[in-house]
Design a protein around this ligand. Structure first.
Ligand code: M1P
Length: 254
């Protein structure tokens, strides 16, 4: 595959959310999905944009000999704060520089206390994950198994643990300029206002694509795909699962 996407027959970019769009939440990509992405890349430029960090995306997408950095044109982890174009790392801002050490300490201490006081059936490990472009907060902890995740998600729908938590944080830290976004099954992301998935668009806007397509499953208002899906710079596709993504690609791009 060439080191430029200017030679593709269609001057378009397809960007994909990962969890729920290319894979089931935190699970590996199917062979059919990897084959579809490889075929797609012959016609258009292809990339992913996820809230997750790169390590998790590698675990999920690097199946069937696929390499997320070299077999895609763009790799946007952490909403594009951790970014690669044609195999090259792009320079980036960081969450900690934006917030500052002192204010961050106040925020993280408050979150730790709130987590400690939460009465939920089970707790595992890694309750706060510090990333380049955000922090990710999970009441059950990121070490939960797939089964534990699914159980937490069900209970959270009923008890609204995360919704209540982010409401408190939004009020208490209203002067911090932060967005609190419930994107996945067991956690929520905290990042500077505007550093949602639209951040990735800043990195492609000078390329002169005729069309930028975005595929995501959480495209409803409040979902972490909403802003980029609704952005006038993209043509949004709302999908229910990875099979749905493949179906649309076959109908419109392959
Ligand atoms: O789907 C995107 C989200 O995926 C994970 O969420 P969870 O672990 O709660 O399912 C996280 O990586 C989160 O940062 C991300 O937004």
């Amino acid at each position: 595959m060439s080191k430029s996407f200017k030679d593709r027959p269609r001057n378009a970019l397809c960007l994909f959310d990962v969890d729920g769009t290319l894979t089931l939440a935190r699970q590996g990509a199917s062979k059919e999905m990897i084959d579809t992405l490889r075929q797609l890349r012959k016609n258009v430029a292809v990339g992913f944009v996820s809230g997750s960090d790169l390590a998790k995306i590698i675990e999920q997408l690097e199946t069937n000999g696929f390499n997320v950095i070299n077999d895609l044109d763009y790799a946007f982890a952490e909403n594009g704060l951790s970014a690669y174009k044609l195999g090259q790392l792009l320079p980036s801002e960081s969450f900690i520089n934006f917030v500052g050490e002192e204010k961050y300490k106040v925020l993280v201490n408050f979150i730790l206390r709130y987590l400690a006081d939460m009465d939920i059936p089970i707790k595992r490990g890694t309750f706060i994950e510090f990333r380049r472009g955000m922090i990710n907060v999970s009441p059950i902890g990121r070490n939960a198994t797939i089964k534990e995740r699914i159980e937490f998600e069900k209970l959270d729908k009923e008890k609204r643990y995360r919704e209540k938590f982010v409401q408190v944080l939004r009020e208490k830290f209203s002067d911090y300029g932060l967005t609190f976004s419930i994107g996945g099954q067991i956690s929520f992301d905290v990042f500077p206002n505007g550093w949602d998935k639209r951040y990735a668009l800043r990195r492609v806007e000078d390329e002169g694509f005729d069309e930028i397509h975005f595929f995501g499953d959480k495209t409803f208002e409040g979902g972490n795909d909403y802003e980029i899906f609704a952005d006038p710079r993209t043509i949004g596709h709302s999908v229910n699962n990875p099979e749905d993504t493949i179906r649309i690609l076959k109908e419109q791009f392959l």
